[in-house]
Write a protein that binds this ligand. Structure first.
Ligand SMILES: *[C@@H]1O[C@H](CO)[C@@H](O)[C@H](O)[C@H]1NC(C)=O
Ligand SMILES: *[C@@H]1O[C@H](CO)[C@@H](O)[C@H](O)[C@H]1NC(C)=O
Length: 499
């Protein structure tokens, strides 16, 4: 019962209890105007609407109306000193209805704060990147399980932040000089660091701060003094660090016997320091396009290989590579063997047509029927969902498509080829033990995996109808058994023909 209404409940909670929910049900902007400048914060709502249940809500989708609203916010922010956008999905997982590049739409934004991937279960603890437009994209770890929160500061229009675990004190955030890997000169002119007269940092602790020591390039530079609130400063001359990368280290001790040490690179002349590879990879790649390309390549190659082999009446004259040199000799004989096996499959119409048509079906036809929204049944295609008579693109289906090809279609083809080859060789009539090892065990493994996927993958999320009316996953199990039977008959025919 609870699960059924949870989505509705969240919506009610958001509208009733959140600060903005009463006024804004979707994207909105807030301009914070002060005597020293204007600061704009815009919320980007890229949740698909209607929103399917997990896992098809993995990708975000920006509708045209939402995009127009964001462009309007952007216009209103042209005279802002700093513009920050925030939303649920990282930009690498958002498709736009208009096909516009999201980074282009956001090219005047200094930072985009997002969640969704969080830290991928702590695999990528600091998922931050600087996009080509200078946009800082900053994933925050999750609050529910890991209790991670962020302090973001804008100091002389330099944006800096720190992600902290609740209850760990003291919290220290250096606001000038800014972290070199996170500076974005297009949005934050360098002269702001060059012209600065002080090193500035924020310190938060439930106790009182005893000591704030500053080291630059491992040389003790001085003790920062308290100005007001969490702000501590130490005079400096930025010209002393004019070229290249330097490092600043802060050591803080508080009255509760806590000690915190943080160190970060900075540069005065704009020398860049780079963020680690994985966060950049995950946040800068257009994951949806990559998945689509992989799926299309795999299925095209599959169909092309089978159809072209079917055209060859005698495989040996076309494909056989001969090379006696080790290891090329070994590789080419292995390659030859597999070409031969797939050729055997392609020569049997009862195997060739179902295999090719099934891959085509995966790309075109409905995968299954299921309860995609609470109380609404819909159809799932690889290119999107159709529910409540609207189309919802969901790129995660391509991931399932790639998975389906790799775990079922390709292994099935290889198994059938292996089986036909095995039957042709003189070993075929050999003892049962051999047959079990070479044929029934692989078949059993293939069918078991397919049954497991058919029972678990979609029916768990979208109801038993996904099992019964599921041509792709449930169909896979049936297809494997039927094609094994067809291959068996044909192998016997070949054998009796030969003898
Ligand atoms: C904000 O921008 C205005 C106009 O460009 C500028 O005069 C002002 O100094 C900026 N504020 C800060 C804190 O730099
Ligand atoms: C970005 O800001 C500049 C002015 O600073 C403005 O001319 C341009 O139109 C803005 N770009 C977008 C996409 O709004």
């Amino acid at each position: 019962m609870y699960r059924k209404y949870s989505a509705l409940l969240f919506f009610v909670i958001y509208r009733k209890y959140s600060a903005q929910g009463k006024e804004h049900q979707s994207s909105y902007v807030h301009h914070h105007v002060t005597k020293y400048g204007k600061y704009s914060f815009a919320a980007m709502d890229a949740t698909p609407n209607p929103g399917p249940k997990r896992p098809f809500n993995f990708f975000g989708y920006l509708r045209k109306t939402e995009e127009d609203a964001l462009r309007q916010f952007d216009k209103e922010s042209v005279d802002s000193n700093v513009t920050v956008w925030f939303g649920h999905y990282p930009t690498s997982l958002i498709a736009t209805e208009s096909g516009q590049n999201l980074h282009q739409i956001m090219r005047n934004v200094t930072a985009f704060l997002c969640g969704h991937l969080h830290t991928l279960g702590n695999l990528v603890p600091h998922m931050y990147t600087r996009q080509k437009t200078g946009l800082l994209e900053l994933e925050l770890g999750d609050w529910r399980d890991a209790r991670i929160y962020r302090i973001l500061a804008i100091d002389h229009d330099l944006l800096s932040f720190t992600d902290e675990v609740l209850g760990e004190w003291p919290v220290v955030l250096i606001t000038n000089p800014k972290h070199a890997a996170l500076s974005s000169p297009y949005h934050e002119p360098l002269h702001r660091i060059q012209a600065s007269t002080h090193i500035r940092l924020l310190v938060f602790t439930p106790g009182t701060v005893n000591n704030v020591q500053v080291y630059i390039d491992d040389i003790y530079t001085g003790k920062a003094i308290h100005v007001e609130g969490p702000l501590y400063v130490l005079p400096w001359n930025s010209a002393d660090y004019q070229t290249g990368l330097h490092s600043i280290r802060i050591v803080v001790q508080d009255s509760l016997f806590n000690r915190k040490e943080i160190e970060q690179p900075f540069s005065v002349d704009g020398t860049k320091s780079f963020l680690p590879f994985w966060p950049r990879f995950l946040l800068m790649l257009n994951i949806a396009s990559v998945l689509k390309v992989i799926f299309c390549c795999l299925s095209l190659v599959y169909i092309l290989v089978l159809t072209s082999l079917r055209q060859c009446s005698n495989i040996k004259t076309y494909f056989y590579m001969t090379d006696r040199w080790f290891p090329i000799g070994l590789l080419s004989s292995c390659f030859n063997q597999w070409v031969y096996r797939i050729w055997l499959v392609s020569q049997v119409g009862g195997l060739f047509y179902p295999l090719v048509l099934f891959v085509a079906y995966i790309a075109l036809g409905p995968w299954f029927v299921g309860e995609l929204l609470e109380g609404h049944t819909g159809l799932v295609f690889i290119w999107g969902l159709i529910v409540k008579s609207s189309y919802i693109p969901t790129c995660v289906t391509y991931l399932y498509g790639v998975f389906q090809l790799l775990t079922f279609n390709i292994p099935l083809l290889m198994f059938l080829g292996y089986f036909l080859h095995y039957c042709r060789s003189s070993l075929a009539a050999s003892n049962l033990f051999r047959q079990i090892r070479h044929i029934y065990l692989p078949l059993f493994a293939l069918v078991t995996v397919s049954i497991y996927m058919a029972l678990n993958e979609f029916p768990k999320a979208y109801g038993t109808r996904a099992l019964i009316l599921g041509p792709v996953r449930t169909g896979s199990v049936i297809l494997a058994l039927v094609l094994f039977y067809v291959a068996k008959i044909n192998a016997f025919n070949l054998q009796s023909h030969r003898s």
